[in-house]
Design a binder for this molecule. Structure first.
Ligand code: AMP
Ligand code: GLY
Length: 418
C-alpha cells in the first residue's frame, strides 16, 4: 500500500517510523516532512494548506491511504476532500474536528452531555466578558475559541490581568480570527494527563495514559509550549482512572458526536485534569499529540496500518491493539528563544552518536538538511525518544543520549516526569 503522511513535526516522523515497520507498506510519502522523515520515505514539498494539491498528488501517485497529522489541516476539511476522491484518509472530517477547532463548541457538547469539565461561559463582546469576570474567583482561564498554535490559553491571577487579556483577545485581536469568541472558565487544580483513543465513529480503543510537560522551564514554570517532553505510562495513577475516563468522557463524547451527525474517526486526544472531584476535560484535540506520539509509537506493538484502516472502515471492534509492557519517554530539544522568536539554520552535532545508544530513536521536528548536514529549522527541533523497563530507566538513558547532541542555544528540560 502507498501511504502519504501530512505534516512535518516529530509526531509525523514517529508515525512514519512506525508505518515503515509494516509489511503492508510499499511506498511512503511525507508532505512536507523534515530531515528525519527523509530517511524513511520520500519528502514531497506540497502546499499542505491546499487540499486540491494533496488530492491531485495522491491520485497521481496511487496513494491509497493518507494520514493527517496537524489540527489546522483537519480543520480545512482535507479528510472530506480525500474521502470524496475515494482515498482513505485517517482523521476526522471538518465538522467532527470542530471539537478541537471551536473550544466554545466543545464546551457546549460537554455541558449538553454531562461530560465533566470546568464551569464556563462564552463571549464575543469584551464588556459583557468583563462584567462576568466580576462574578468569578481568581485565578481564571481565558481561551481563544479557535486554533491559535497552542498559544490561545491565558491563566490570569488577578481581575486586572483577566480584563487586560479579554481586551487583548476580543479588542486587539492578538490571536486573529481564532479569538473572535472566547471561553472564560474555572481554574482547575490537579495533575494533568494526556489521554488518546483510536476511534472509528462508534468504537474506541484507549492508549495507556501519558503526560506532557507544557511549560518551557523546569518545575513547570514559564510560558506554555507545544510540549517539552512526555512519559508513558504515568506512574502513581490508579488502575480505575482510565476506565473511568473511557466511560464518563470518551464514550459519551463519541456517542454525542455520532448523534449530531458528525461521527468521529481518527485519534481523539482529550487533555484531562485529575481534580479532587475526578477527571475533568481541559480540551479535546482531534489528532495525535506531539510529543506524546513520539513516545506512544515506541511501545505500540500492533501494525499501525491495520489500526488506521480499522478506524477508517469502522471495524475497530474486531482488532486487538497491543501495547508493549514497557515505558517510554521523549525529551524535546528546542531552539534558543522558543516559544518566543528563535533563530534557524544552526548546525546540529552528535546526532549519530546519540542514535547509537541502546533503545534510543531520535525524531526530528524543526530540522532540515543543507550542505553542512542537519540544521535547526524550527522552535522544537528534536525529540529524543527512549524505551525502558520503567520510566526511571528510560529517562536515565534518554538524558545520556541528549548529552551527545549540541547546537547553538539548545534548551531542554532536565525534569521530565515531574
Ligand atoms: P488547552 O489548550 O485548553 O489544553 O490549554 C493549555 C493548557 O492550559 C493546558 O494544558 C493546561 O495546562 C492549562 N489549562 C487549560 N484549561 C485550564 C483550566 N480550566 N484550569 C487550569 N489549567 C488549564
Ligand atoms: N502535546 C500537546 C499537543 O499535541 O497539543
Amino acid at each position: 500500500m502507498n501511504i502519504l503522511i501530512i505534516g512535518s513535526g516529530g509526531r509525523e516522523h514517529a508515525l512514519a517510523w512506525k508505518i515503515t515497520q509494516s509489511k503492508r507498506l510499499q511506498k511512503l510519502y511525507i508532505a512536507p516532512g523534515n530531515a528525519g522523515t527523509e530517511s524513511l520515505g520520500i519528502n514531497v514539498p506540497l502546499d499542505i494548506k491546499n487540499n486540491q494539491e494533496i488530492v491531485s498528488f495522491a491520485k497521481k501517485n496511487r496513494v491509497e491511504m493518507v494520514v493527517v497529522g496537524p489540527d489546522d489541516v483537519l480543520a480545512q476539511g482535507l479528510v472530506d476532500d480525500l474521502t470524496k476522491a475515494h482515498i482513505k484518509a485517517f482523521g476526522p472530517t471538518k465538522i467532527a474536528a470542530k471539537i478541537e477547532w471551536s473550544k466554545a463548541y466543545a464546551k457546549k457538547i460537554m455541558r449538553k452531555n454531562n461530560i465533566p469539565t470546568a464551569a464556563y461561559a462564552t463571549f464575543h463582546d469584551a464588556e459583557k466578558a468583563k462584567k462576568y469576570l466580576q462574578t468569578q474567583k481568581m485565578p481564571i482561564v481565558i481561551k481563544a475559541s479557535g486554533l491559535a498554535l497552542g498559544k490561545g490559553v491565558v491563566i490570569s491571577k488577578t481581575f486586572e490581568e483577566a480584563e487586560k487579556t479579554v481586551d487583548e483577545i476580543l479588542v486587539k485581536n492578538i490571536f486573529g480570527p481564532a479569538g473572535q469568541e472566547i471561553v472564560i472558565e474555572e481554574y482547575l487544580e490537579g495533575k494533568e494527563i494526556s489521554v488518546h483513543a483510536f476511534c472509528d465513529g462508534k468504537t474506541v480503543a484507549l492508549f495507556p495514559i501519558s503526560k506532557d510537560h507544557k511549560q518551557i522551564f523546569e518545575d513547570n514554570k514559564g510560558p506554555n509550549t507545544g510540549g517539552m517532553g512526555t512519559i508513558v505510562p504515568v506512574e502513581g495513577i490508579t488502575k480505575k482512572t482510565l476506565p473511568k475516563i473511557e466511560e464518563k468522557i470518551v464514550k459519551p463524547v463519541l456517542k454525542a458526536l455520532q448523534k449530531e451527525g458528525r461521527p468521529f474517526k481518527g485519534c481523539l486526544y482529550p487533555g484531562i485534569m485529575l481534580t479532587k472531584e475526578g477527571p475533568k476535560v481541559l480540551e479535546f484535540n482531534s489528532r495525535f499529540g506531539d510529543p506524546e506520539t513520539q513516545s506512544y509509537m515506541r511501545i505500540l506493538k500492533t501494525d499501525l496500518i491495520d489500526i488506521i484502516e480499522a478506524c477508517i472502515d469502522g471495524s475497530l471492534k474486531n482488532l486487538k491493539i497491543i501495547w508493549e509492557k514497557k515505558a517510554a519517554c521523549c525529551i524535546m530539544i528546542a531552539s534558543k528563544g522558543y516559544p518566543g522568536t528563535y533563530k534557524k539554520g544552526d548546525a546540529i552535532y552528535g546526532l549519530k552518536k546519540a542514535e547509537e545508544f541502546k533503545d534510543v530513536v531520535i525524531f526530528h521536528s524543526g530540522t532540515k538538511k543543507n550542505k553542512e548536514g542537519v540544521v535547526t529549522n524550527g522552535g522544537r527541533v528534536l525529540g529524543v525518544s527512549v524505551t525502558g523497563k520503567n520510566i526511571k530507566e528510560a529517562l536515565k538513558k534518554a538524558y545520556l543520549a541528549v548529552d551527545q547532541i549540541q547546537f547553538d542555544g539548545m534548551q531542554y528540560r532536565k525534569d521530565i516526569s515531574k
